[in-house]
Write a protein of this length. Structure first.
Length: 564
């Protein structure tokens, strides 16, 4: 009577707890696609095939359909691709280390739904399957350094996967049901089912085909120049990142195959002095402030003594005094000529324009992204050299994306639109929501931007340093860069260089910007016109054709590079 009346409720609850099996129902993580919907990352369903060894002792009068371990193994082996001997050992009834009979064992992990259906078709009692979710990357290494990856248990660890985890990650469901003493589900018994809420898909601005092409070009040039790494950035003038590529791309499905020291996005996380590609900021600032025009005449020596013990600024080669216009200074990439014009800017103006073009600031907000290195006018004032070399791309550092978006600002008529890589999201019902477009900020006037573009076009002529960047059929505007990496020289004892070319096309109506950074090439390839410009020509040519941009229809009208 005590058991039935006094302890009935607690005992019933205890019995239900012993019968109730609780399972987590994982939510599917949202997919990541490129701008055209090509899948770059997605979850796929997989199954772990499990068994209850107690039910593989052979048929009994009560359960005539039961199999022996050997008989079941013989039918399962061809389906699971596992040896009969191994399956027989797993299915054989046995006692565990705790002295209790083993009631659960895994026969195969991560099989496809098709294999699971084949197993079900065998109708072998005692088998079951547990649903698993596997993150896959159908495009392989394409965009791997940007996409990032997840752990084996689905935890986001890097890149877009981590930055957009709140969007991509769904909410797991749960299931609970009563089961009999042999583990079978009791029909019509109490059960709880809460469906999972899957994550949203994230669409990138990235173009997977262009990303693949740029990665291949970067890898080939890294090998050809024996460079530490090569980065290639392609973007629209309004800030949409089409490719963020580099040599040594990671396979996000197997990140452990890449050494940890190289398991990051160099285009966002590594910095370098831009060198002469930074001269475009000085040119734009000087023209905007009315201190020069493209045809301003200058007599440019090959070296210049800086005031207050700042030392000497030199051009890349010795030469007699040259009669160059300001356009000619940019085409010849003269450090001396750039300082002669740029030092008319106040220190605060120099700093303000560097900031206005986006330097010293993070662009995409992705994990590990650097804001670069940009010191202040107060710090420059302690050293006359520092305040002058910033005029030609030294004494500050940028990443590849920052360097590219300076030129995108000029291409966009002087309006800087912060770079972006997220195009929008799609919910479970298929509704697409575009990401907010950042507000543009005017940095220089349309007239200044047009004049600077024309000056940059002069760089890619037979008289400029960027001849190798030419794209047949298109007018190109851009700039070479060659900067000595002094920190690397201190570490290695040898001279190391950053070679670059950044440009836009078509020059008469710029639509695309491509930046090529070659870090620490061999000495013969140290110049941007040699190491980076050919890659620019290749990738820009491909991008223009792929995007369906019409060739240039009228010839350039360029400012003279010299004067008499």
């Amino acid at each position: 009577m005590q058991l039935q009346v006094t302890d009935a409720a607690p005992l019933a609850e205890q019995a239900l707890g012993e019968r109730l099996k609780k399972e987590n129902v994982p939510a599917a993580r949202g997919a990541i696609t490129d701008r055209d919907g090509q899948v770059l990352a997605q979850d796929v369903e997989r199954r772990d095939i499990t068994a209850d060894p107690k039910l593989f002792g052979g048929p009994t009068p009560r359960e005539p359909k039961l199999y022996t371990a050997a008989a079941a193994a013989a039918k399962l082996a061809p389906v699971l691709g596992t040896s009969e001997a191994e399956l027989t050992a797993l299915l054989t009834p046995r006692t565990g280390s705790d002295g209790k009979q083993v009631r659960w064992t895994v026969l195969a992990r991560g099989v496809t739904p098709a294999v699971r259906r084949q197993v079900q078709g065998l109708q072998i009692p005692g088998l079951s399957s547990d649903r698993k979710v596997l993150r896959t990357y159908p495009a392989g290494t394409t965009g791997g350094n940007l996409l990032g990856w997840v752990s084996t248990d689905g935890k986001a660890l890097a890149g877009i996967e981590l930055a957009q985890d709140d969007v991509l990650r769904g909410v797991d469901g749960r299931r609970a049901y009563e089961r009999g003493k042999d583990g079978q589900r009791i029909p019509l018994a109490e059960s709880i089912d809460v469906a999972p809420v899957n994550g949203r898909d994230v669409r990138l601005t990235l173009d997977a085909d262009l990303q693949f092409y740029a990665q291949r070009a970067a890898a080939a040039q890294a090998a050809a120049t024996r460079a530490s790494w090569v980065a290639v950035v392609a973007m629209t003038k309004d800030g949409q990142v089409l490719a963020l590529a580099e040599s040594g791309s990671i396979d996000p499905a197997h990140p452990g195959a890449t050494p940890e020291a190289e398991r990051h996005n160099r285009s966002l996380e590594d910095v370098f002095e831009p060198g002469s590609t930074g001269k475009v900021i000085t040119a734009a600032a000087a023209i905007e402030q009315g201190l020069a025009t493209p045809v301003t005449p200058l007599v440019v020596p090959d070296r210049l003594q800086l005031p207050r013990g700042g030392g000497i600024v030199k051009d890349s080669h010795d030469h007699a005094p040259q009669k160059l216009t300001f356009a000619g200074v940019l085409a010849e990439s003269s450090n001396v000529g750039t300082v002669m014009v740029g030092r008319k800017l106040t220190l605060q103006q120099r700093y303000d324009y560097l900031r206005a073009f986006g330097l010293g600031q993070k662009q995409l907000g992705l994990p590990g992204e650097t804001r670069g290195i940009l010191t202040t006018p107060k710090q420059w004032a302690t050293n006359s050299r520092d305040e002058n070399v910033v005029l030609f791309g030294q004494n500050y550092a940028v990443n590849a994306l920052q360097a590219a978006q300076v030129y995108a600002t000029i291409a966009n008529g002087g309006v800087r639109v912060p770079p972006r890589v997220i195009a929008g999201t799609t919910d479970a019902s298929g509704v697409y929501t575009p990401a907010p477009v950042p507000t543009g900020t005017r940095v220089v006037s349309p007239t200044t931007a047009a004049q600077v573009t024309s000056m940059l076009e002069g760089v890619v002529t037979s008289d400029g340093t960027g001849l190798n960047a030419a794209v047949p059929g298109f007018r190109v505007a851009g700039k070479t860069g060659t900067a000595e990496d002094l920190q690397a020289k201190v570490k290695t004892g040898t001279k190391q260089y950053t070679a670059s070319f950044i440009g836009m096309a078509p020059a008469e109506d710029p639509q695309l910007v491509v930046a090529v950074i070659v870090q620490h090439p061999d000495y013969a390839h140290r110049f941007g016109g040699v190491a980076a410009a050919p890659v620019f020509s290749d990738v820009m040519g491909y991008a223009l054709a792929q995007q369906g941009i019409a060739p240039s229809g009228r010839p350039a009208e360029l400012a003279p590079l010299t004067w008499r």
